[in-house]
Design a protein around this ligand. Sequence first.
Ligand code: DGI
Ligand code: FE
Ligand code: FE
Ligand code: FE
Length: 190
Amino acid sequence: EYDLLELQDAIRKVLMPKRYLHSLGVQYTCAALSMRYECDIMKAQVAGILHDVAKCYDNSEQIRRCEKYNIPISDVEREQSYLLHAKLGAYYAKSKYGVEDEEILQAIAFHTTGKPEMTTLEKIVFLSDYMEPSRRMIPGLTQIRKLAFEDLDLAVYTTLHNTLNYLKSNGQIIDNTTNEAYEYYRGIVG
Ligand code: DGI
Ligand code: FE
Ligand code: FE
Ligand code: FE
């Protein structure tokens, strides 16, 4: 049903080379984690290769396109409009790349913020985005890369924890969904 070579080709055409390399890295990291957690390897790879498809648009263009397609924009998303590439990406995955699987679309839509009660596939995409091989080194990344293969929920929690600390130390505003995801995973690993 899905043609990964065709999707890779399409993504290579719309994204900058480094962003394309990142997308390939997410695709293959999704495959590896799906093997570990017995998730659908094809579905995870489709979500992985497509997850940043909307990164080809700048911030104001993302707002413009979300308005055009009636994708709801929260106050935080209007302020930090790069967050919209996740929901806009899910929209394009469906409308432009023919993905109809709701779980894949949700995994793309929530790959930046995460959300409470993620499916295994959603957790795999969220983590793969953070840990794929070409991601530039940040504190705690080495630990997360190992932890992801040992305890999926603890890795999701630790990633949210590190991301929130990073955002807060930079005075960035936090999306409700990111906070809700953090509280939820803190509750289940704590
Ligand atoms: O698109 P990528 O760079 O591959 O990764 P991403 O879509 O996960 O975006 C990562 C950035 O998003 C990272 O700098 C953390 C930031 N982020 C995640 N949740 C929030 C957030 N930024 C703000 N301002 N608020 C959030 O809730
Ligand atoms: Fe992204
Ligand atoms: Fe991310
Ligand atoms: Fe990404």
